[in-house]
Design a protein around this ligand. Structure first.
Ligand code: ATP
Length: 492
C-alpha cells in the first residue's frame, strides 16, 4: 500500500474512532448530516473545554498584561466594511459542469503544483504558483480559467475539463436582524473573532487600565462558508477561534512578532507535540495589512497544515475602524509622551483544528498484554493527562465483598477535584480497555488487598503497567499529574 493510502486510512480510522467513542459526531446526523458542521460528544466536549481552558489560562493567567473579552457574534455591519471582509474576503471558485462539483481555484492549482513536485519538476511547480499569484493579484479571473485549461487540470470526480467561468465567492454568512421584514438589516456572522477585540480596544484599555504593550484574548465561534469543506474538523463552516491581539508601539512589531512566534511554539510543545511535527511556514505573499506573517503547521496524516497563524497586522485594523467610525482610536503613551495608533501582533488558532491535532497525535496502536496475559494489539489515546476528558476511573475489582463501597467512597472524594468516573460490572481488563480508548491516563482499582492494607492498584494507560499506592495518597498523586497547573508550569 502506498504511503499516501496508509495515511488516508489512518486518518479515516481516527475519524471513525472520534465518532465511536463520543468525541465528534456529524451535525444532525439522523438527517444525513450537514456538510462541514460537527457536534462534540461527551468526551469531545471535555477535551475541547480543557484545551480552551489551557489556552485561556496560558494567555490571561501567565501574562499580567493580557486580559480577556467575550464579544458578541453579531456586530455592526460596517465592522466588516472597515475590516475589508465585505470587499475582500473572497475565494475564487470554479464549477465542473459534468460533476456539478465546486472547487476552490487555489486548491486545484496547488494540487497541480504538488503533482509537478512529485514528478521532480520543481521549476514547473514554482512557475505555476507564481503565474497564479500574479493573476490573483490582478483579479484576472478569465486568465485564471485559461491557466486551468492550459494546465489540463481536470475534475477529480468527472475527469473532464468542462469548467464554468471563475467567480469570486464571499465566505461570510449573512442574515437579517430586526423583527419586521421591512426594518430588517443585513448583518454577518463574524468570520473571525479578532474584530470584536479591535472595536473594543479603547473600552478594554480604559476600563482595565492597560498600558502598552498589552494584549486582549478571546475565544469564540466564527463562521465561514467554506467552498470546499474537507478533512473533518480541519475545515468547518462553524468553528471556534482562540485569538489574542497584542497592542504595541509602532516600530517594535518585528521584535514582538519574533517573541510571540517563540511563545506560541512552546505552547504547542507543551501539548506534547514533538518538535519534528511542528514547523513555521513563513508567508512570502503577505496580506495587504501585514508586514510579517507565518503559520505554525502540524504534520497531520494528510500533510503538514496550518494550525495557527501569527501575523504582524501593523495599525491597519485600528486605523480602518477610526476611519469608518469617525471616532478617535489612539493611545497616549506616557513614557514617550506621544499619541499613536498602536500596532498589533495577532496569534490566531482554531480550537477545532488544534483538537484534531491532539487527536491525531494521541491515537496510538501498540502491542500489549490482555487480562489473560496474551499479547494483542492495544489502541489508546495518548492525551496529556491535564487535557484528557476523564482524568481517573475508579473500579472495584469485583462487585462484592465490600469493594464497591470502598471504591465509591474514593470516587466521591476525587470528583470534587477532577473529572472522575466510577464503573463496576464488566471484567477489569475490559474496563481498562474502554478507558484506554478515550484516553483516561489513570485507573484506580480497589481489590481484596485494599481491605487488608488500604493500598490500591494504580494502572497507567501508556504502558499498562501497575503499582500499588496507599489510598490516602491517591488524590495528591493524581493532582500532581492531571491538574492544569502542572501543564501551565511547563510554560514557565
Ligand atoms: P486556511 O488557509 O486553512 O483557510 P486561514 O489562513 O484562512 O486558514 P486564519 O484566517 O488565519 O486562517 O484563521 C486562524 C485560524 O483559525 C487557522 O489557523 C485555523 O486554525 C482556524 N480556522 C480558519 N478557518 C477554519 C475553518 N474553516 N475550520 C476550522 N478552523 C479554521
Amino acid at each position: 500500500m502506498s504511503a499516501d493510502k496508509n495515511h488516508e486510512n489512518l486518518f479515516q480510522t481516527i475519524v471513525a474512532h472520534a465518532k465511536e467513542y463520543g468525541f465528534v459526531f456529524p451535525s444532525s446526523e439522523i438527517y444525513d448530516g450537514l456538510a462541514a458542521v460537527y457536534d462534540y460528544g461527551s468526551n469531545g466536549v471535555e477535551l475541547k473545554n480543557n484545551l480552551k481552558q489551557f489556552w485561556w489560562s496560558s494567555m490571561t493567567q501567565l501574562h499580567d498584561n493580557i486580559v480577556g473579552i467575550d464579544a458578541a457574534i453579531f456586530m455592526h455591519p460596517t465592522v466588516w466594511k472597515a475590516s475589508g471582509h465585505v470587499d475582500g474576503f473572497n475565494d475564487p471558485m470554479i464549477d465542473n459542469k459534468d460533476s456539478k462539483k465546486r472547487y476552490r481555484v487555489d486548491h486545484l492549482i496547488e494540487e497541480k503544483a504538488s503533482q509537478y513536485q512529485k514528478e521532480n519538476k520543481p521549476q514547473e511547480a514554482q512557475r505555476l504558483l507564481d503565474t497564479f499569484n500574479e493573476l490573483l493579484k490582478k483579479e484576472d479571473l478569465e486568465s485564471i480559467r485559461n491557466l486551468i485549461l492550459e494546465e489540463k487540470i481536470v475534475c477529480p470526480v468527472s475527469g473532464t475539463a468542462n469548467w464554468t467561468e471563475v467567480r469570486q465567492f464571499n465566505l461570510m454568512f449573512s442574515t437579517q436582524i430586526g423583527s419586521v421584514a421591512e426594518e430588517a438589516n443585513t448583518i454577518y456572522l463574524r468570520p473571525e473573532t479578532a474584530q470584536g477585540i479591535f472595536v473594543n480596544f479603547l473600552n478594554v484599555q480604559k476600563s482595565a487600565r492597560m498600558k502598552i504593550p498589552f494584549g486582549i484574548a478571546q475565544i469564540g465561534k466564527a463562521f465561514r462558508n467554506e467552498i470546499v469543506a474537507r478533512q473533518f474538523t480541519f475545515r468547518m463552516r462553524e468553528f471556534e477561534q482562540m485569538e489574542m491581539q497584542f497592542f504595541i508601539r509602532p516600530g517594535t512589531e518585528l521584535e514582538w512578532y519574533e517573541k510571540w512566534k517563540e511563545i506560541r511554539l512552546r505552547w504547542h510543545r507543551a501539548l506534547g507535540i514533538p518538535a519534528e511535527k511542528l514547523k513555521f511556514h513563513v508567508h512570502e505573499k503577505l496580506a495587504h495589512y501585514a508586514n510579517a506573517a507565518c503559520d505554525i503547521e502540524y504534520a497531520f496524516p494528510f500533510g503538514s497544515k496550518e494550525v495557527e497563524g501569527i501575523h504582524s497586522r501593523t495599525d491597519y485594523d485600528l486605523s480602518r475602524h477610526e476611519q469608518y467610525s469617525k471616532k478617535k482610536i489612539k493611545y497616549f503613551d506616557e513614557e514617550i509622551k506621544q499619541s499613536y495608533t498602536p500596532y498589533v501582533i495577532e496569534t490566531s488558532i482554531g480550537a477545532d483544528r488544534c483538537f484534531l491535532m491532539l487527536l491525531c497525535e494521541a491515537y496510538t496502536t501498540d502491542k500489549g498484554i490482555d487480562a489473560e496475559g496474551n499479547e494483542k494489539e492495544r489502541i489508546y489515546l495518548k492525551l496529556i493527562p491535564a487535557l484528557a476528558p476523564i482524568k481517573v476511573a475508579v473500579f472495584p475489582l469485583v462487585k462484592k465483598d465490600g469493594l464497591p463501597d470502598k471504591a465509591i467512597k474514593l470516587y466521591n472524594d476525587l470528583k470534587f477535584e477532577m473529572r472522575a468516573i466510577y464503573e463496576e460490572g464488566a471484567a477489569i481488563g475490559k474496563r481498562y480497555t474502554r478507558q484506554d480508548l478515550i484516553g483516561t491516563p489513570y485507573c484506580v482499582t480497589i481489590d481484596h488487598q485494599t481491605l487488608e492494607d488500604d493500598t490500591v492498584t494504580i494502572r497507567l494507560r501508556d504502558d499498562a503497567s501497575q503499582f500499588r499506592l496507599p489510598i490516602d495518597k491517591v488524590k495528591d498523586w493524581l493532582l500532581e499529574r492531571v491538574s492544569l497547573q502542572a501543564l501551565l508550569k511547563k510554560l514557565a
